[in-house]
Design a protein around this ligand. Sequence first.
Ligand SMILES: Cc1cc2nc3c(=O)[nH]c(=O)nc-3n(C[C@H](O)[C@H](O)[C@H](O)COP(=O)(O)O)c2cc1C
Length: 201
Amino acid sequence: MIIDVAISDILSVYQALIGVVSPRPIAWVSTVDANGRINLAPFSFFNTFGANPPVVVFSPTNRRDGSKKDTLLNLAEVPEFVLNAAVEDLAAPLNATSKELPRGESEADLAGLALSPSTKVRPPRVAASPVHLECRVRQVVPVGDGPGSANLVIGEVILIHIDEAVLDPSGRVDPRKLRTIARLGGDYYCRSTDLFEMQRP
Ligand SMILES: Cc1cc2nc3c(=O)[nH]c(=O)nc-3n(C[C@H](O)[C@H](O)[C@H](O)COP(=O)(O)O)c2cc1C
């Protein structure tokens, strides 16, 4: 199959991309608006890109009608966010928080998730998640402006909370204990339980 982007519809291109670029880690992002109203949503256009300074990027794309998602609107008002680890035990509430609620209504309440205050940023943390990265926005880079276009939120991680329960004896995160989930194409997800190791050459 050949997909020529110049003559294809956005949905076909999107479905090909998320099927091929997979699995993708999931940023589970808490933000607040200027009035402190909380928003929580998952984004699998996400990764980390360096450690000095520690940088993460995720992309709330524009909706089909071209409007901006609440997370992006909140970041324009309060340029801080928390990345909560997307782990297997929280898969169902994570999915529930992807519901498009009216701006200002908390998806955390909808999903029955308890929140705890952060240390250095205003948005709160998902209490049940074992890892939280407190981040400040460095830059937002829009790429295009139509439906489905990207908004790269470049964030600097300023504080990392890790539950001791997911560490190995040497103090590193043990993937068998953290059990993150990741996004594939369609509505598929994968677990991180089928592991293998290779030494670097
Ligand atoms: C696992 C998962 C991953 C998602 N990844 C993205 C993404 O990378 N970008 C995006 O714009 N929407 C993504 N969505 C959809 C958003 O979570 C959804 O549009 C959400 O309502 C946006 O919330 P907000 O308007 O409160 O910011 C994803 C949904 C799920 C369930």
